[in-house]
Design a protein around this ligand. Structure first.
Ligand code: DC
Length: 220
């Protein structure tokens, strides 16, 4: 049973690169950002003030989060509802970054992530997988790219989805989110000492996937 931990900032292409790498290797890909997003979505939908401990506790107590894998695609099921297509908006992204700073939220998701990793050959991506969630992972990779490249990719994705936005706006939000994710008190985004750095700024999607698969295969 192999555990691969892949961490890195938003927009480095982690999700799509990891999905394809896992498919080629026959591993299950767990995208842990979706778990933080599902809590953010739930808070927005219910109008919960996540800074209020009691309200947050009530929200978490009623949040039944499950991950299902269909044709290699991860589906996040929140209280019986598949919310995959509702958690990728800018509003949910910012709220996810906010809730991910809260210790109660991180503790709530920690067990769930470890249970998922115990289920077989897993490639898990996030921010603190190699440092906190799976410190004994067999392979640890830190996947990154320059902020400008990441903003450019995100901007193009938003345009494709028909969302109107400006490049500078996307870049500003990305820098804000990077700052929040890497300066929070618990489990900040940082490469673990034993991780292998992969910078995708100058790599195509195919080249990025090849590099990840190569690193993992070397360790198998
Ligand atoms: O990878 P993503 O953009 O879907 O993640 C959404 C937010 O969740 C991101 O701002 C940081 C947070 N996150 C985290 O703190 N720890 C993880 N393991 C995964 C995501």
């Amino acid at each position: 049973m192999i555990n691969v931990a892949i961490d890195g900032p938003s927009g480095a292409g982690k999700s799509s690169i990891c999905t394809e790498a896992a498919r080629r290797l026959g591993f299950v890909h767990v995208d842990t950002g979706a778990l933080y997003r599902s809590i953010a979505y739930s808070a927005i939908k219910s109008g919960t003030d996540t800074n209020d401990e009691d309200s947050l506790r009530t929200l978490l107590a009623s949040a039944k989060i499950e991950l299902k894998f269909e044709n290699n695609e991860q589906c996040v099921i929140l209280n019986g509802e598949n919310i995959n297509d509702k958690i990728r908006t800018e509003e949910v992204s910012l709220k996810a970054s906010d809730v991910s700073k809260i210790p109660m939220v991180r503790a709530f998701l920690l067990d769930l992530q470890r249970e998922l990793a115990a289920n077989g050959n897993i490639l898990m991506d996030g921010r603190d997988i190699g440092t906190v969630v799976l410190p004994d992972a067999d392979v640890k990779i830190f996947l990154t790219a320059s902020p400008e490249k990441r903003a450019e990719r995100r901007y193009n994705q938003l345009l494709e989805k028909g969302e109107e936005t400006e490049y500078n706006n996307v870049l500003d939000k990305l820098i804000k989110r990077d700052y929040q994710d890497s300066h929070r008190e618990i489990a900040p985004l940082k490469p673990s000492e034993d991780s292998i750095l992969v910078d995708t700024s100058e790599l195509s999607f195919e080249e990025s996937v090849n590099r990840i698969v190569e690193i993992i295969e070397e360790k198998l």
